[in-house]
Ligand binder design. Structure first.
Ligand code: TRP
Length: 333
C-alpha cells in the first residue's frame, strides 16, 4: 500500500446478514473500487454506532459482526488488498471523537436531517445519538480519507464532516483533507412492500438466505396493484419485481415487459416471481457457499479483523500524533 494512493474509507453498522440493497447500493461498488487498484481502502464495521440506537441489548453485536464480516469477504473484499476492521478495535476513533466534540457547536448536530425525525420516531435523545455524525466524521478523517463511497442518504453527514475539518484546520492548522463522497449509480432496490429495502422495514432479502427463504420472500412481493387478474394489462415500471428482474434477468425483461403490458394470460406475476427467485438463488450461489465456508471457521474471520485493526491502528495513531501536536496537547510532548 503505497502512500501516493488516495485514501478511501467507508463503513456499515453491524446489522447482521446484508441484503440486496446493501449489496447493490454499497458493497458491489466497494469491490469495484478495490479492484481498480487506485485506492488505499479502509472498511470499518461501526459497532459503536450500533449502540447509539440498540444500546439496551448489545448481546448479539459480536455475532452480527461475524455475519457482516463474512458478507464483506464473500462479496469479494480481499483482506490482502484492503483493510477490514472493527471500529471498537481502534480506540483512536474515540479519542478523536472526544477532541472534535470540543469544537463542534451543538446546533450543527441538531440540524443534521434525520436527527430530529429519529429523535421523535424512536424516542432517542442520548448524547451519543446526537454525536452519531461526529463519530462518523472521526471514522473518516482519522485515516485522512479523501473519498467516502456511500449512498446519497449519507451526503448530509459528509457535509458536516467537511465543516468540522474546515473548523479544525482553521483553529489548529492543516491536518485533514476535506472528504468527498464517491457516489455510484446504484439502482433503487425496492423491498417486498415496494419501500426502499431495509431491515427495519422487514422487507428485505439477504444474499445469504437459504433458497427456500428467498423463494418465500420473493413470493410475498407487491406487484403492480392495478394488475389484479392474470390477463389484465400491467405497468412494469410500477412493479418492484420488474425493477429487480431488470438487474437479475436482463435477458428476459424485454419479453416480460411486452407480455405484462399486453396482459398476455400465459405470463402473470407468479411467473415473474418464480423467475426472479431462481435467478437470485443462482446469482448468489457462489456467495452463499463462500459465506458458509467462512462462518464455519470463525477464528479465521477473527484473524482477518485483528490484522485489519492493526493496520488501521497504525494509520489512525499517525493521524492522532499530528492532531495532538497541532492542538499542543500534553500528550504530544
Ligand atoms: N452512517 C453510516 C450508515 O448509516 C455508517 C457509517 C459510520 C459510515 N461511519 C462511517 C459510513 C464512515 C461511511 C464512513 O450507513
Amino acid at each position: 500500500m503505497s502512500d501516493h494512493k488516495k485514501v478511501v474509507l467507508s463503513g456499515m453498522q453491524p446489522t447482521g446478514m446484508l441484503h440486496l440493497g446493501n449489496y447493490e447500493g454499497a458493497l458491489k461498488n466497494w469491490v469495484n473500487l478495490q479492484n481498480s487498484g487506485k485506492y488505499e481502502m479502509y472498511f470499518c464495521i461501526v459497532d459503536w454506532h450500533a449502540l447509539t440506537t440498540a444500546y439496551k441489548d448489545p448481546s448479539d453485536l459480536v455475532e452480527r459482526i461475524y455475519q457482516i464480516a463474512a458478507d464483506y469477504l464473500a462479496a469479494g473484499l480481499d483482506p490482502e488488498k484492503v483493510t477490514i476492521f472493527v471500529q471498537s478495535d481502534v480506540k483512536q476513533h474515540a479519542e478523536l471523537h472526544l477532541l472534535l466534540s470540543m469544537i463542534t457547536p451543538i446546533p450543527w448536530l441538531e440540524r443534521v436531517p434525520s436527527y430530529k425525525e429519529k429523535v421523535e420516531a424512536l424516542g432517542l435523545d442520548s448524547y451519543g445519538f446526537l454525536g452519531y455524525p461526529l463519530l462518523q466524521t472521526a471514522d473518516i478523517i482519522i485515516y485522512r480519507a479523501e473519498g467516502v463511497p456511500v449512498g446519497k442518504d449519507q451526503l448530509p453527514h459528509l457535509e458536516l464532516a467537511r465543516e468540522i475539518v474546515r473548523r479544525f484546520n482553521f483553529l489548529y492548522g492543516e491536518v485533514f483533507p476535506e472528504p468527498q463522497a464517491i457516489l455510484s449509480d446504484a439502482p433503487y432496490i425496492p423491498g417486498t412492500d415496494r419501500r426502499k429495502m431495509s431491515k427495519s422495514y422487514d422487507n428485505h432479502i439477504c444474499m445469504g438466505d437459504p433458497p427456500d427463504v428467498i423463494r418465500k420472500r420473493v413470493m410475498s412481493y407487491y406487484t403492480d396493484e392495478t394488475k389484479i387478474y392474470r390477463g389484465d394489462p400491467g405497468h412494469p415500471d410500477r412493479c418492484p419485481v420488474f425493477a429487480l428482474l431488470k438487474i437479475y434477468a436482463p435477458d428476459q425483461t424485454e419479453k416480460i415487459k411486452a407480455d405484462c403490458e399486453s396482459g398476455n394470460p400465459d405470463w402473470g406475476c407468479v411467473k415473474c416471481k418464480k423467475l426472479l427467485a431462481e435467478r437470485l438463488i443462482e446469482t448468489f450461489k457462489p456467495f452463499r457457499e463462500k459465506r458458509e465456508q467462512l462462518l464455519s471457521d470463525r477464528e479465521q474471520i477473527k484473524k482477518i479483523l485483528a490484522e485489519g485493526a492493526e493496520r488501521a491502528r497504525a494509520r489512525a495513531e499517525e493521524t492522532m500524533r499530528l492532531v495532538r501536536k497541532a492542538m499542543k496537547m500534553w500528550d504530544a510532548q
